[in-house]
Design a protein around this ligand. Sequence first.
Ligand code: ASP
Length: 293
Amino acid sequence: MQNLITTSDFTNEEILSLFDDAKIFSDLQTRPILKGKLIVPLFFENSTRTRSSFEIAAKRLGADVVSLDVGTSSRSKGETIFDTVANICAMKPDLIVIRHSQRGLPQSLVEHVSCPIVNAGDGENAHPTQALLDLFTILEHFDSKVKGKKLAIVGDVKTSRVASSNASLLPRFGIEPIFVAPKHFQVADTKLRQYEFLSEIIDELDIVMSLRTQLERHSQIYYASLQEYAKDYCITKKCFGKRDILLLHPGPVNRNVDIDDEMLEDKRNKILKQVQNGVAVRMAILKKLLLQN
Ligand code: ASP
């Protein structure tokens, strides 16, 4: 039985064959190949996009989805996560999707469950399905010719699970991730190139991935207001100029903080394409784990 806890659970070959399926699914039409399968999303942390993306992916493949409001029910009654999951497992789901603020929690559940688990984000650790949909979007945009492409991940790279998942996945496909962050958001022990300002590196770049500042994970206040951060890190037309750079963001975008209004209208921005691809890639992941092929 296979799980998806981090992107290293899949080989490059498996990822490329997953993407072959995602291409077929990319019209997001209904294909009921998972009829009779029961998927249980357990979101202990807020989510709009990822949760609905998984649910739509499951329903487009004909699976049943039973969402439990775990955030407000079991925990408030004093139940541990392990007991909540044991109870869910006793109801025999075919697959569990889990998001939790605690790093490593999905991995620690693996041996306690009898069905595949998909990590939909564990604290600042990993967000494998986001990195896979990002890679799929990049491959699609560059017609699979991505070797040697350079991508700057801009913003709160230190506490972003999207940054860490992309930093480990993209180099496997020949893409160089480069971190661009204010000093207090920089990663201490990275092998990646790291810069303070986008202007230092912009001429080398093929892709920019802007990030949201992960305020919920900060133990101290770095900026009096996000407008102060935006002065140096908001992606604007002025900083992109006429360069042919693909602009990505995992969402939710803080408008005029992460990316300004004008760049959100710019045709280099492929954020909604990421959202669409996210459903197709998750359909392919559900198919892979539930049909084990
Ligand atoms: N949606 C992404 C995540 O869950 C990015 C973010 O929240 O900033 O990590």
